[in-house]
Design a protein around this ligand. Structure first.
Ligand code: MHF
Ligand code: KIV
Ligand code: MG
Length: 294
């Protein structure tokens, strides 16, 4: 018999079996979710950003961002579609996997996209399973109110942690009549009902998009689970932004920046300058120089 090939892994170089030895146990999804619940109990806030790839996930995780969202906003911010409606599960899963394998601390949540969960609780469970199994996400986020309580219950029973998303739900923009603040006046009571029904169904968190600050505060007070806001004032437990908005990558001629966005950097300007300088160096012959050559 031939001797064992020298590049086969030697037993003493293999990692210790899972759960043995002194290596710290990996942070499970449950631990990461619990961290958010604790923040609300302690009156602390936490931050969430979208991420769609390896480097942003690593950087945001290192910065301590508690939650990374592989949003269906990848439709706009990765794939270049006008709305979030066309993006598919097959387009989001590889992005979720890239983020999940790059974030040792953050909770990784993936959006279930339009068309992948509405038909039945069974469809939603099947889609959620794909995001956890193939996308390696810890949890999924689902747009919709009390109407989806049975769907959320079925997913949670299947072992899929669910974040609820109420208020302005971009997947329903055609039904809602565009990008509009939701829950003004009497509609605030409806938001509270939705949040309570979704919490009762087992959602671990309720995200609110574009709702008046006082309505968001009332929702946060009405549920035990943590809440997250985007255009929802400052009384929520957490806050989320799309990372390209937060870092000023999006912008430039003809772009509309929503009122709820604060730009913390000018990545578009930085990248534009770098690309122009690189092009000039290539054209002038100053790059590559001898130090870059073999
Ligand atoms: N880059 C990016 N940022 C987002 O926040 C985002 C996406 N993409 N894609 C998916 C959805 C779509 N979202 C949007 C898009 C536009 C507005 C917007 O134009 N809001 C206006 C109108 C408010 C009003 O009329 O009441 C605003 O000024 O905030 C809001 C949310 C949020 N999501
Ligand atoms: C804006 C956030 C909440 C979202 O759902 C997304 O990025 O898809
Ligand atoms: Mg979304």
């Amino acid at each position: 018999m031939a001797p064992m090939s020298s590049d086969a892994p030697r037993h003493d170089e293999l990692p210790a079996p899972y759960g043995s030895g002194s290596a710290p146990a990996p942070r499970t999804g449950r631990t990461r979710i619990h961290h958010l619940a604790q923040a609300k109990e302690r009156g602390e806030r936490f931050a969430m950003l979208t991420a769609y790839d390896q480097y942003t996930a690593r950087i945001f995780d290192e910065a301590g961002i508690e939650v990374l969202l592989v949003g269906d906003s990848a439709a706009n911010n990765v794939y270049g579609y006008e709305t979030s409606l066309p993006v598919t599960v097959d387009e989001l899963i590889p992005l979720a996997r890239a983020v999940a394998v790059s974030a040792p601390h953050a909770l990784v949540v993936a959006d279930v996209p339009f068309g992948s969960y509405e038909a039945s609780p069974a469809q939603a469970v099947a889609t959620g399973v794909r995001f956890l199994k193939e996308g390696l996400a810890h949890a999924v986020k689902l747009e919709g109110g009390a109407y989806y309580a049975d769907t959320v219950r079925a997913m949670v029973q299947a072992g899929i942690p669910v974040m609820a998303h109420i208020g302005f739900t971009p997947q329903s923009e055609h039904a809602l009549g565009g990008y509009r603040v939701q829950g003004r006046g009497d509609a605030a009571a409806r938001l509270i009902e939705d949040a309570r029904a979704l919490e009762a169904a087992g959602a671990f968190c309720v995200l609110m998009e574009m709702v008046p600050a006082d309505a968001a505060a009332a929702v946060d007070a009405a549920v035990t689970v943590p809440t997250i806001g985007i255009g929802a004032g400052s009384a929520t437990t957490g806050q989320v932004l799309v990372w390209q908005d937060m870092a000023g990558l999006r912008g430039g001629p003809g772009t509309r920046i929503a009122k709820f966005v604060k730009q913390y950097a000018d990545l578009r300007g930085t990248l534009l300058e770098a690309a122009r300088a690189y092009r000039e160096d290539v054209r002038s012959g100053s790059f590559p120089g001898p130090e870059h050559s073999f």
